[in-house]
Structures are given as structure tokens and as C-alpha cells.
Write a protein that binds this ligand. Structure first.
Ligand SMILES: NC(=O)c1ccc[n+]([C@@H]2O[C@H](COP(=O)([O-])OP(=O)(O)OC[C@H]3O[C@@H](n4cnc5c(N)ncnc54)[C@H](OP(=O)(O)O)[C@@H]3O)[C@@H](O)[C@H]2O)c1
Length: 346
């Protein structure tokens, strides 16, 4: 039976939701999935860091984050060590990476992930930055060092789009992928259809916590482009980076344009389109006017969806939440269970 010794980097919304699941579901995860784990290291810019190879009680960590805003250490542990030392000097065999997503150069997560891989430690993450800029490098290193790297939560959060394509659709050729990959823009377009302006809809999305304070990542299509690259690389065996994506956001779309489209039986969506032609893969993210009858037209609000066009099954669509801490944490748990299964089948 595999026993995971975990390091968690980044104890923000997703990291703490993950710890809460591990604390709450320990018994069921062990009984149903044979999943055993203990936390041996944790680090967050706000709360400090702890390394304790004898195990750090997860409930205690959650309590001290809530009550003291800082990890409390026991006397035998070292505090505030840097992330790379934490990875190197711990007995961990699995890194959970949930620091912030940087789609310019993937850092600091890229270094965390590569350092773990090179030490023979498996990696599970929701962080899209490293995979949008250095997918091939990460996968090549993982193969070289014989470790598993899983990143389901990088696209559509806990809605299992990557696993669906790679595992459940195995044997099908996936010819085209179309997706609504960003919940903020889909929410804004939905509200504009109901009559409010772009700026009002954006302010609403920010108030509801969907949009970032700097909304460019969402409304200029960067976030969707990063996710589209991950889909193209992981599902179609591509070697693309975010710079290969043709990208256009929704800044210049008016409420009037959206409403006139509806009258003509069409709905405007920020769509990622990934097409494979021979060995070439083309990726674009841009607003598209879809017929109302299109399966992605009915996806409203912050919900996300992806349609795979395949040779054996024609079109397969998955719809679900594309964000949220508990949803992303679910992806981390699912990836951990999958790695555990692989290790047990070896
Ligand atoms: N939230 C979602 O709905 C969602 C869904 C899918 C995927 N994701 C991805 O999951 C990751 C985490 O998201 P989140 O919502 O939990 O973000 P978050 O609440 O901002 O948490 C990230 C945490 O990482 C910490 N951090 C940043 N750099 C660090 C470093 N070098 N070492 C240690 N800790 C560091 C941050 O500290 P400071 O705050 O002090 O900087 C913060 O506490 C991101 O990559 C995000 O893109 C999020």
C-alpha cells in the first residue's frame, strides 16, 4: 500500500480546502481507495513554513490558521525554511503545489515542481502557470525520473476534463476541442444578455469573487488561453506555449451586439477552439457567435464546459463548475487517488 508523505506549498483558498478534505475524509479515503497520507511539510507566504518528518497534525494546522494566522510548530520542527529546502530535506514523496498561477514564466511553481520531480517525488497541482509555459519540459523530466505528475485542477477545476479525455476517451481520436474555459467572462456575457453593460457586469463579477481585481487575465482571454494550451498539450500531444495561442478577449463587445445576436438565434461566447490537422495543432481563444442549438450555447453564468469531437463517439460534452476552492481541492484528491492506484498496480 502506498503511503503518501505530503508537502503542501500554498495554503490559500485551494490549499486549505484540500487540507479540510484530508482531515474530514481520512477514514473513507483509506477504506474506499486505500489512500493513506500524512503531512510532513507546509509552506505559505502568509503563514510561514513547517517541516516535521514525524507528521504534522492537519486539524491542528487548520485550527491555527483560523485562530492565529500562522502555522504553530512543535518543538522538534524547523520553522520558516525556504520551499526548496523543504522539498529537499523532507521525507516527502508527493508535492501538492497550490501557490499562485503565473502564466508569464510559471514561477515560483515551475521550480517547485521540477525540484520535486528531480528528487523522485510525485507532483499534484492546480497551478496552470508551469503547464502553460513549460509543459513538455515538466513531462519529459517526470518520465526521466519515473514519477507521476497530475494537474487535473488546472482546467475546469474539479470537473474532470483532462481525465475524461485521456482516460475515459482513450482509444478515440480527439480531432477538435471547443470549450468555455473561463467562468468570469461567461458570467459577464450572461449578464450582458440580460441587459446590463460590460462594466456593470464586470463589477458584479468582481463583487461575487469571480473576477480578479486586475481583470485582464479573464477578460483579455489569458486565463482561457493558458487552459487551452494545457488541453492541447495533454490531450493532443502538443508542444505549445501560451504564446502560440491566437487570443482575443471580450472588452469590445457591447450589450446591444449580444442582444441583437439573440434575436437572430445566436449567443456570444468566449470560446477556446483547438484543432488538430495532421501534426499541427491550432489554438485560438476568441468571442464566437454560436447557434442557440449548439451544446455550449446553453452554458450560462460562471459554469464551464468542454466539447470533444472524436472519431468513435462524435461529440462528447462535459459541463460543470470551472472554479472554487473545494472544486479545485477535489481535483487534487482525485489525482492523488489516481497516483495511488497506479503505484498499487505496478
Ligand atoms: N481558487 C480557485 O477557484 C482555483 C481553481 C482552479 C485552480 N486554481 C489554482 O490553484 C492555485 C491556488 O489558488 P487559490 O485560489 O488557493 O489562491 P490563493 O488563495 O491566492 O492561495 C495561494 C497561496 O499561495 C501562497 N504563496 C504564493 N507564493 C508562495 C510561495 N512562493 N511559497 C508559499 N506560498 C506561496 C499565497 O500567499 P500570499 O497570499 O501571501 O501571496 C497564498 O496564500 C492557483 O495556482 C490557482 O490558479 C484556483
Amino acid at each position: 500500500m502506498a503511503k503518501f508523505k505530503l508537502i503542501l506549498l500554498g495554503a490559500g483558498r485551494v490549499g486549505t480546502a484540500f487540507l479540510e478534505i484530508l482531515a474530514r475524509k481520512r477514514k473513507i479515503l483509506e477504506e474506499k481507495y486505500n489512500l493513506e497520507y500524512e503531512l510532513v511539510g507546509i509552506s505559505d507566504l502568509k503563514y510561514g513554513s513547517i517541516l516535521d518528518n514525524d507528521g504534522i497534525p492537519i486539524n491542528k494546522i487548520l485550527k491555527t490558521i483560523r485562530e492565529k494566522g500562522r502555522f504553530i510548530d512543535n518543538t522538534s520542527s524547523k520553522e520558516d525554511i525556504d520551499n526548496i529546502t523543504l522539498i529537499k530535506s523532507s521525507d516527502s514523496n508527493l508535492l501538492i503545489e497550490t501557490t499562485w498561477s503565473n502564466i508569464k514564466d510559471g514561477e515560483p511553481a515551475l521550480t517547485h515542481i521540477l525540484s520535486s520531480i528531480r528528487l523522485g517525488k510525485h507532483v499534484v497541482t492546480t497551478n496552470k502557470g508551469p503547464f502553460a509555459v513549460a509543459y513538455k519540459k515538466i513531462i519529459d523530466e517526470a518520465k526521466k525520473h519515473n514519477v507521476f505528475v497530475r494537474f487535473e485542477g488546472t482546467v475546469l477545476s474539479g470537473t474532470p476534463v483532462i481525465s475524461l479525455a485521456r482516460e475515459c476517451l482513450a482509444g478515440c481520436e480527439i480531432i477538435e476541442i471547443q470549450g468555455i474555459l473561463n467562468g468570469t467572462t461567461n458570467y459577464i456575457l450572461t449578464r450582458m444578455e440580460e441587459g446590463i453593460s460590460f462594466n456593470e457586469a464586470l463589477r458584479e463579477a468582481q463583487k461575487l469573487g469571480y473576477a480578479e481585481t486586475d481583470p485582464s487575465s479573464d477578460i483579455d482571454g489569458w486565463d482561457a488561453a493558458a487552459k487551452a494550451v494545457i488541453l492541447a498539450n495533454s490531450i493532443m500531444n502538443g508542444n505549445l506555449t501560451i504564446n502560440d495561442v491566437f487570443r482575443e478577449g471580450i472588452r469590445n463587445i457591447s450589450t446591444r451586439y449580444i442582444q441583437e445576436n439573440i434575436e437572430k438565434g445566436r449567443r456570444t461566447k468566449l470560446l477556446a477552439n483547438i484543432i488538430k490537422e495532421g501534426k499541427k495543432i491550432y489554438v485560438e481563444v476568441k468571442p464566437r457567435d454560436l447557434p442557440i442549438s449548439h451544446p455550449l450555447s446553453s452554458v450560462m453564468g460562471p459554469t464551464n464546459a468542454v466539447t470533444f469531437k472524436t472519431d468513435h463517439l462524435n461529440r462528447v460534452t462535459i459541463i460543470g463548475p470551472g472554479a472554487g476552492p473545494i472544486e479545485a481541492a477535489q481535483a487534487l484528491v482525485m489525482d492523488m487517488i489516481t497516483i495511488n492506484n497506479y503505484l498499487e498496480w505496478r
